[in-house]
Design a protein around this ligand. Structure first.
Ligand SMILES: *Cc1c(COP(=O)(O)O)cnc(C)c1O
Length: 386
């Protein structure tokens, strides 16, 4: 028996980093911005663009207003439009599919791998063949999502996409800080979109996002679309359609400070994940991370057949948890008209997944308590089944 800790256990922790870094540093940065007055895309965002590109190992990074903006801006740079097919995982946060739909493209939902929960390359091939056979849509792009921070099978997905004349946009909104075969998130696919929403591995204190690319041309297009399609020569000539996609300087200042502890936070997330991997009962099927890869552990997620019962049990015992995601995107009302493929793995995952507390600041005592309660639940279930 492990006693309940006196501290409140968090599913996410957006606050402790402030104490670790020192709140006065945030206030100093904010004061600097109040004094210089460049509230949007000020010197802080410029410095952040450089630091993030450096971290990811890409030539360019353009920060923007959110992860959804980042996905949309990348697709705008590729001129995604009506008549285009964009292949996307269905077991994801809605924004992965919302971005192509906002541009008028047709989302083609792809099923997941039951072990990694990420896009299944075999089903991607099948979906491409179906669209080709029908002959109505132009094969345009694949949005590959790193669900819960774990890199998807890029070797396969990029190969399949490129063979079919398509680009791959990595939806790295949950996976900034992850590593795929020695490459950092941001530098793996043709372009990458990430989010700095507070609960993401690298979070600001509001909304924020970024687009990564190695192509100067793509980066210039992203920067133009971020301010309504402005021409770099004549700021009153908008040469294409764009949006308001700027990052504000306050969020950039937060991220510059958060970056100073980011590597340590990732290490601390790995430690928590390692304990869960080793100590949680095999009754729980754990999300598999591909070999030679590191997840950024936005969430630690298992799946089991009595998920709803498990969640009630954990909540009764003061352990916060979440079902991400209880509905695959293809089954949501606004996406009903594109719900025309059978996605049995996504459907099953939506009924069986459960995310448990994962923060860099989860104490060992809290970890032990989570593990003991999970394992008590599993032991009871296995006893009944025996
Ligand atoms: C959070 C998230 C987004 C959207 O990011 P916002 O910053 O909230 O717009 C997109 N895709 C995935 C997979 C996400 O988790």
């Amino acid at each position: 028996m492990t006693n309940k800790p006196s501290t409140k256990i968090n599913l996410f922790d957006c606050a402790t980093a402030q104490k670790v870094i020192g709140q006065e540093k945030f206030l100093d940065s904010f004061k600097t911005i109040l004094n210089h007055g460049a509230y949007c895309q000020g010197p802080e965002t410029k410095e952040l663009d450089e630091k993030l590109a450096n971290y990811a190992g890409t030539k360019y990074c353009s920060t923007c207003g959110s992860g959804t903006d980042a996905l949309t801006l990348a697709l705008m740079a590729w001129d995604v439009k009506p008549g285009d097919a964009v292949f996307v995982s269905s077991f994801t946060f809605v924004a992965s599919a919302e971005a192509p739909v906002l541009l008028g493209a047709t989302p083609i939902f792809v099923d997941s791998d039951p072990n990694t929960y990420n896009m299944n390359p075999e089903d991607l091939k099948k979906a491409i063949a179906e669209v080709k056979k029908e002959g109505k849509l132009n094969l345009k792009a694949v949005v590959a999502v790193d669900i819960f921070g774990s890199p998807c099978n890029y070797d396969e997905i990029i190969k399949i996409a490129h063979e079919n004349g398509m680009k791959v946009l990595s939806d790295s909104c949950q996976s900034f800080g992850s590593i795929y075969h020695g490459k950092n998130a941001g530098s793996i696919a043709d372009m990458t979109a990430t989010s700095f929403y507070p609960t993401k591995p690298l979070g600001c204190y509001g909304d924020g996002g970024a687009v990564f690319t190695n192509s100067n041309e793509e980066n210039e297009l992203v920067k133009s679309c971020r301010v309504h399609g402005m021409s770099p020569e004549d700021h009153y000539d908008n040469v294409r359609l764009g949006m308001t996609g700027r990052m504000n300087s306050f969020q950039a200042a937060v991220l510059l400070l958060k970056l100073t502890v980011f590597k340590q936070e990732l290490q601390d997330r790995y430690k928590v994940a390692k304990r869960y991997d080793e100590e949680l009962s095999p009754y729980f099927r754990k999300q598999q991370i591909l070999p030679d890869c590191h997840s950024a552990y936005a969430l630690y997620t298992i799946n089991c057949d009595d998920r709803d019962e498990l969640m009630n049990y954990l909540k009764e015992n003061g352990i916060p948890c979440g079902a991400y995601y209880p509905r695959p995107v293809n089954t949501q009302s606004a996406y009903a008209k594109w719900n025309n493929r059978s996605l049995p793995v996504c459907e099953k995952l939506s009924k069986t997944v459960c995310s448990i507390p994962m923060t860099p600041y989860l104490t060992e005592e809290e970890q032990s308590y989570v593990i003991s309660k999970m394992n008590e639940f599993a032991a009871e279930k296995m006893k009944k089944a025996a």
